[in-house]
Design a protein around this ligand. Sequence first.
Ligand SMILES: Cc1cc2nc3c(=O)[nH]c(=O)nc-3n(C[C@H](O)[C@H](O)[C@H](O)COP(=O)(O)OP(=O)(O)OC[C@H]3O[C@@H](n4cnc5c(N)ncnc54)[C@H](O)[C@@H]3O)c2cc1C
Length: 491
Amino acid sequence: MGIRTGKQFLEGLRDEREVYIDGRRVKDVTSDPAFRGAAQTIAELYDLQHAADTQDVLTQVDAATGERVARSHVLPTSKEALVTRGRALRRTAQHTCGLLARTPDFMNVGIAALAAARPVFDASPGGRSFGANITAYHQHVMRNDLTMTHVQVNPQVDRSKQVFEQKHDIALKVVKETDAGFYVSGSRWVGTLAQISDEVVVMPSVVITNDSKGEDYAFAFALPMATPGLKMVSRPSVVPYGAGHYLDNPLSQQFDEGDAVLIFENVFVPWERTFVYRDPDLCNKIYKLTYLGEHYTHQTMSRTIAKAEFMAGLAAYVARSIKVDIFPNVQGMLAELLIFLEMQQAFVDRAEATATETPFGTWAPNRWPLHSAQLNFHERYARMIDVVRTVSAGGLVGVPSYGETQGEIGELVEQYFASAGQTSKERIQLMRLAADASISAFAGRQVLYERYYQGDPVRRAIGYYMEYPKEELFGRVDAMLGRSFAKANLK
Ligand SMILES: Cc1cc2nc3c(=O)[nH]c(=O)nc-3n(C[C@H](O)[C@H](O)[C@H](O)COP(=O)(O)OP(=O)(O)OC[C@H]3O[C@@H](n4cnc5c(N)ncnc54)[C@H](O)[C@@H]3O)c2cc1C
C-alpha cells in the first residue's frame, strides 16, 4: 500500500474500537468533539506525505516494493540516512509546533529500532523465537502506514511494592496460554493518542524485578485498537467544546492528542504478534540492547526544537505587539528563550554529527546530548510558559472571546481592544493563542507531558549519572592533581 492520505487514515479509525469518555462510549472518534481536532491534525500529517514540497522530505521510495514509505519507518544504515530522517522529524514537528507530541513518527522510529535489533528477540527463555515477528510487524506498519500508540507503565496502586505484590492486582498480566497464543487481563497506562491510533504496542514494562514472580507481567506485543476485549478509558478532554469561539482555544482544538488507560479483558494475543514473552530480564534491558532510547529521543528532541521555536516566537510576538520589548528586563527574558532554542538545536545537531554504528549495522544518534536535552527540557518548557505569561501579563485575561468581535457589541470591541501594533481582532486572536499556550488546561497538560512522557525524570537522571562514561573526566582531574603536585615542588 505505501503512504496513506489523511482521508484513508480517518476511514481506518471508523471501526469497533471501544473508547469511553465522560461516562459515555464514543461512536466515531473522527467526529466526536473530544477527538476530531487531533484526528484531523494527524490526517493533515498524512496529507503532507503527498504534498509536492514535503513529499521528498518526509518519505522515500522503498527499494523492495517501489512504494513510498515514511522516512521515520526506515532503519538508518548510515549517518547521512540518520540526518535525513532527522530532517523529516523536524519538518513533521513544525506542522504542529511540537504541540501534538505523539505524531506517528514517534512510534515509527521505535518499531524500526526494535526491528533493526532483531537478534535480541530470538533468544526467549521459553525457547520461542520472536525475531521474525518484530521484522514482520515493522513491515506491516510501514507498508500500511499505520499509527501506533504504546503503553508501558503498570498502574499506580502502591509504588512501594513490586507489581506482583500488589493488594489490588490490576496490572496487565498473562492469564492463559494456548498453542495459538496467550490471553491477557488487566490495565496499562497511559496511552497517548490511543483513541485515534490504529494499533497499540504493549511495550515491556522496564521496572520489573528479574524474579520469576514477575514473568506473568513481562511481555511485549501489538494488537489493533478494535481487538475484542480492549477498552480505552479516556481522561476528560481539554477541548472546551461546550462554549466560546474556535479561536479562543486554537491549540486545544487542534492538538489535544488524548491520553487513555487501556483495560484488557481476557484479550487474545497471537504468537505472531508477540515480541517478548515471560522475560523480565529482556524487558529491563530492552532499551539498551535495541538503542530504542536513542531513536525515540531523536524524534522527541527534534520535536521540541519546533516547540521551542514556537514558544520563543510567541513570547517575542506578544512583547512586540504591546511594545514591551523595549525594556531590558523583557529583552532578557526573550533572550533566555532564544538561548533555550539554540541549545535544543545544538543538542540534536551534535547527536546526529556524533552518531555511531550499532552492532546491527544501523546507525544510532549519540545518546548523551539527546538524553541531556530530554532530561532538562521539561524545566525549560515550564520556564518558556512562564515567560509567555510574564510578558503577556493582564493581556491574557484582558481580552474577550473572539466571538465578541462578531456579537452585539462588536463595534465597541473593535475600539477598545487594539494594541500599539494590532487591531482589536488581531490582538484578541493573539492573546487567546497566548492564553491557550500558557494558562489553559491544554497548557497544564503539556507541562505534565514534557515531564513524564519518557518516564520519571528523577529515576532517569539517576540512570544518566550511573551510566555516563566518566573515566575521561576523572582522568582530567588526575592530570590536574599530578601537575599541581609537580609544580608545588614538594621535597
Ligand atoms: C501526559 C502523559 C502522557 C503519557 N503518555 C504515555 C504513553 O503514551 N505511553 C506510556 O507507556 N506511558 C505514558 N505516560 C506514562 C509515563 O511513562 C509515566 O507517567 C512515567 O513513567 C512516571 O510513572 P508514573 O506516572 O506511574 O509515576 P510514579 O512512578 O507513580 O511516580 C510518582 C512520583 O513518585 C516518585 N517515585 C515513584 N517511584 C519512585 C522510586 N522508585 N524512586 C524514586 N522516586 C519514585 C516519582 O519521581 C514521581 O514524582 C504518560 C504520562 C503522562 C503524564
